[in-house]
Design a protein around this ligand. Sequence first.
Ligand code: NAD
Length: 338
Amino acid sequence: MTAKVNVGLIGAGRIGRVHAENLAYRIPEVNFGAVADVFVEAAEKCATDFQIPSHYDDHRAILDNADIEAVVICSSTDTHAQFISEAAEAGKHIFCEKPIALDLAKIDQALNTVEQRGVKLQIGFNRRFDPNFKYVRDSVLAGKIGVPHLVHIFSRDPVPPPIDYVKVSGGIFMDMTIHDFDMARYLIGSEVEEIYATGGVMIDPAIGEAGDIDTAVVTLRYANGAIGTIDNSRKAVYGYDQRLEVFGSEGSLVAANNTPHNVVYNGPESVQSAKPLNFYLERYATAYLAEMKAFVEAIQQDTLPLVTGMDGRIPVVMALAAWKSYRENRPVKLSEIS
Ligand SMILES: NC(=O)c1ccc[n+]([C@@H]2O[C@H](COP(=O)([O-])OP(=O)(O)OC[C@H]3O[C@@H](n4cnc5c(N)ncnc54)[C@H](O)[C@@H]3O)[C@@H](O)[C@H]2O)c1
């Protein structure tokens, strides 16, 4: 029998608590021993809610604990690169939420440390573990729709984030579209070479005043000749809209929204079905669990994690290209960025 993996969690906010619950109750291969958050009340509440033996206000307490083999980094984005480097120096395997950092120099420094120390690093691109999206990818790679020609990704939030969050998020392309950039690569197994991004402020002028946009369309040109679009909005009044299609020479694959139920009401005035699941915590619950199980399995089986550090870096390059394209109103090759 393979030994259990001792895990500590850094950052007990919204996504940290999702991973904490999974680590505590749904992954028997894990000993979940400690949680740290600079806001110690968050660490304490997380420890109480999920029966974690130790909690701290300093992440170093986890990194200095020789019994802990792996850390899950869910603190704010501006801490990720530093914590990855520190954890790698301490010899811990690392799961880190997206994005690694907002600039490439910091990312490269962190990835170098990971490589030098020979620890595993998995980035939190959870959508790869969504059963629908994975089915689409597997079918595309198996040749089911022939040669892929078009990729369409619709990704719209139900409500915009708070303005204070917008200000430090790196903007829509770095914060929101970054998941879609990852999906774009993942779905057809080809790299994107060129990006053209357009967008505007259509939902809340305060988002524009914070230097961001809330609505965007990105077109993608792939190395294998395929063309893609990403369609983003920060506010879809009907809920979290997460759909995609890959169209090819022999057909297409369409992933529709997940709904709380699939009952259709037929009445004299209308035909109605359920709205999409509310937001990412509900929509991707299965994917969050699957990605953490995969991380633990990669440690136990000593295999390469399914989302590597380079998989974390490339969508940041794509986000930087999208901002450049938007500002300069022209297609931008990724080679101009990295
Ligand atoms: N993959 C996904 O679907 C997904 C979803 C949400 C958030 N995220 C990412 O996860 C990260 C956290 O997002 P969130 O929404 O949970 O934010 P959040 O603000 O709810 O939580 C962040 C937590 O980190 C703590 N923190 C900040 N600095 C710290 C430090 N130096 N040491 C220890 N703890 C520290 C904060 O006190 C807070 O409790 C972000 O990078 C975000 O991009 C990913």
